[in-house]
Design a protein around this ligand. Structure first.
Ligand code: AMP
Length: 119
């Protein structure tokens, strides 16, 4: 499937839709989820045209993959999630309920999160 340049996160990266930036570097942008599922719920997105994890892992340069992984860790530390724990989650495709076709890491924490799938 081709990358959809008009998805909402692509528009945020281009500055066409506002987002409250909590972290940004050359690899990643992080902002709060508009519909939070935990007291802390932040999205971290790569600055590139990757619709999901397979696209990212297959197409991104190794330095970019490492830089993005480090950015996610920096955001977790910036939010002080490392002391009590947090969850990193990525939805890929229809069965996972992916709504936005631009890879995004859900960073969840700030309270006990319960079972992984809620069932
Ligand atoms: P997913 O189901 O993994 O694709 O998650 C997409 C997430 O993006 C959902 O949790 C939405 O609440 C969130 N979302 C959609 N639009 C925005 C936006 N403009 N700003 C912040 N979060 C958004």
């Amino acid at each position: 499937m081709a990358y959809d340049k008009n998805n909402v996160f692509a528009k945020i990266l281009r500055g066409e839709i506002p987002a409250k930036k909590i972290y940004e570097d050359e690899f990643a942008l992080a902002f709060p989820d508009i519909n939070p599922k935990a007291s802390i719920h932040v999205l971290v997105i790569p600055k590139g045209e990757y619709q999901d994890w397979i696209s990212f892992a297959g197409k991104a340069e190794p330095d970019f993959v490492a830089g993005f992984a480090r950015a996610v860790a920096l955001v977790a530390k910036q939010l002080c999630l490392d002391s009590k724990g947090y969850r990193i989650l990525v939805n890929n495709g229809a069965d996972a309920g992916q709504e936005v076709p631009h890879l995004h890491i859900h960073l969840l924490g700030g309270e006990p999160l319960g079972p992984l799938l809620g069932k």
